[in-house]
Design a protein around this ligand. Structure first.
Ligand code: TNX
Length: 600
């Protein structure tokens, strides 16, 4: 086990949580501790190599003689055009805090490749909608792409080529070296996503923005928000105020829930768009609707308002498929969500509607599909909607655990495409191991290798590889209650799914992936990201461990609470956790609002 991992499996009690928050140190202490650890990280035990990037790029050609040093007078030059300028500003804002360099951004009609950092939009169509080229020489670092999205992905690669301390939000003295050589890169699949269930537990906007940053790092380009479920309704809909005054006031376990106002939702969508991420909103129908029925009993099959539900069972609730009022409601909801969603998709759920069967179910789904079409959007639904008639562009999201489903294969023959989220590989709410303090195990345990080692192109029987639109890693949140807990379930498995979606199959290698993933740990630590120190991954020793001739015993207790402001499960370690040798404080997992999300 990595020394940062603490082998304690029970969740803290409410009293423990309160104690932990009472021990929160002053902000200045935290900043100092973070700067100290980030300083250690600037001198990693091994220099970053061009081949260390996650997800693995399509082509990598190292030129060790061509390392590039950033300097206090480095300038970021960008081909004129506001969209490319925005990417350059994003890059500058990522690099300024740790380097302390001013990194001015200048727009020019013809950015020369001869010095500093250059971002240029070119007509290089071979790179497609999201590809980029990155060339690192002693003189310059040059990213070119046909689109701003391509430049943005190139920027994420550039970021990973700098030492982990680049993730520090405070200045770190040192040498900022990028390994020389060139990369040509573009994604395998157009759809690469993650889902956050904000219905079982509600998460404030700031948490969602930070999750968006996590997706961006790994070149994921879709955020699926599961906005409604039995335990809570999370999106405001004009004309249906009780959805938010009543339906939103609950969550699993009895907490007070919450919801996104129209402005909140628009903020999430805009923040995602600035990172070239498309939001896919889900309104789960006809089941998983208890919160809507609590708000509007008229939508319930017998017109009787049910009590609020804060447990974790599924399949008991449904809106009345025989009532016209139901379809008026759905048209209003979908119309409102569509109006605030620039992306092409509306997700209509369709899973686990155990009480709406056969022709009633397919008739309901077909009618809702028509309502989606009327908004101008394309339908996405969980693969249970497969038996309903095909509608133009329809996308099914596969979450089964056995890739043999004739109904899904038949829907594909009629033109449906698939997003693959197999429950036994891509479900981030499954436990890593039997003692994981959060999550379920109904689809099995999912360690990092299980998340990584499957092939989307041939996963479903009788479905051709061309029908696969991409992959998505869903995080259901029955047991997940806070941002550190979200991160603990995402890291390190999210990058595994991201690599399946981005990298060519020829690059697939568990042996290689686990080595590259190991290099991400110090980056997460420097960024204050909580992660699971999976024993399968050869995490690098901290600098103190590397120079210490005396082997240190693995930590068996959680990080020292006096310096840890975060309430989290006891073995949710922010690594490097408290260093047993030097007593260095852990980097705080939760930072101030200003630093909680990436800049720009
Ligand atoms: C199944 S997968 C569900 C969700 C639960 C999840 C828990 C799917 C489409 N539905 O309602 O949250 O299992 O793992």
């Amino acid at each position: 086990m990595h020394p940062g991992a603490a082998a304690v499996s029970s969740l803290p009690s409410a009293a423990d949580r309160e104690q932990m928050s009472l021990r929160t140190p002053a902000a200045g202490d935290l900043a100092q501790a973070a700067a100290q650890v980030a300083g250690d990280l600037l001198t990693p035990t091994a220099p970053v190599r061009l081949t260390d990037v996650v997800p693995m790029p399509e082509q990598v050609r190292p030129e060790p003689a061509d390392d590039h040093h950033l300097a206090a007078d480095t300038v970021i030059r960008v081909s004129s055009g506001t969209t490319a300028l925005a990417v350059a500003e994003h890059l500058a804002a990522l690099l300024r805090p740790a380097t302390g360099y001013p990194l001015p951004v200048t727009g020019t009609a013809d950015p020369k490749p001869d010095s500093g950092i250059v971002l240029a939009l070119t007509g290089d169509d071979a790179l497609g909608a999201e590809g980029y080229r990155l060339a690192v020489t002693r003189a310059a670092v040059r990213i070119t792409a046909a689109t701003p999205a391509g430049l943005f992905h190139g920027v994420q690669t550039l970021r990973q080529l700098l030492p982990p301390a680049v993730e520090s939000r405070t200045p770190v003295a040192g040498r900022w070296v990028l390994p020389g050589g060139s990369i040509v890169d573009r994604p395998r699949y157009p759809y690469r996503g993650a889902m956050l269930d904000v219905a079982r537990h509600f998460f404030p906007v700031a948490d969602v923005l930070r999750v968006i940053d996590h997706l961006a790092r790994y070149k994921l380009n879709h955020l699926h928000l599961h906005l409604t479920d039995d335990q809570g309704w999370r999106i405001a809909v004009p004309g249906w105020p009780r959805l938010t005054t009543v339906g939103a006031a609950t969550e699993v376990g009895g907490g007070s829930g919450g919801y996104y106002s129209t402005a909140d939702y628009q903020r999430i969508v805009a923040y995602a768009a600035a990172r070239h991420i498309t939001v896919v909103p889900e309104i789960d129908l006809p089941g998983h609707t208890n919160s809507a029925l609590v708000a509007y009993g008229e939508l319930a099959p017998d017109g009787v308002t049910p009590p609020p539900y804060t447990g974790t069972e599924v399949g008991f609730s449904y809106v009345d498929p025989a009532s016209e009022r139901t379809y008026e409601f759905i048209a209003d909801v979908l119309g409102e969500v569509a109006a605030n969603t620039p992306g092409p998709y509306l997700h209509i759920g369709g899973d686990e509607a155990f009480k709406v069967k056969g022709a009633t179910y397919t008739g309901f789904v077909e009618r809702v599909q028509r309502l989606v079409a009327a908004t101008g959007k394309t339908v996405v639904g969980w693969h249970q909607i497969a038996p309903a008639a095909h509608t133009e562009g329809r996308v099914l999201q596969w979450w089964g655990t056995n890739g043999d489903d004739p109904a899904t294969a038949e829907a594909v023959r009629h033109g449906a495409r698939l997003i693959l989220s197999p429950g036994n590989h891509a479900y981030l709410d499954m436990k890593y191991a039997p003692d994981t303090p959060l999550g379920h195990d109904w689809a099995g345990l999912i360690d990092v290798r299980r998340a990584y080692d499957w092939e989307p192109g041939s996963h479903i029987a009788d479905v051709p590889a061309e029908a696969v639109l991409g992959v998505e890693a869903p995080l259901w949140t029955e047991s997940v209650t806070s941002l550190p807990e979200i991160e603990f379930m995402l890291f390190p498995r999210l990058p595994a799914i991201a690599e399946l979606g981005w990298s060519p199959r020829s690059a697939h290698s568990w042996a290689g992936f686990r080595e590259r993933l190991a290099g991400q740990g110090p980056r997460w630590a420097a960024a204050g990201i909580t992660y699971h120190s999976s024993p399968e991954i050869p995490w690098p020793p901290t600098p103190a461990e590397a120079t210490d001739p005396v082997p240190t015993p693995p930590a068996t207790t959680p990080a020292t609470p006096t310096t840890d402001p975060v309430t989290r499960p006891a073995n949710v370690a922010t690594t490097p956790a408290t260093d047993p040798v030097s007593g260095t404080a852990p980097i705080p997992t939760q930072t101030t609002p200003e630093t909680a999300t990436d800049p720009v």
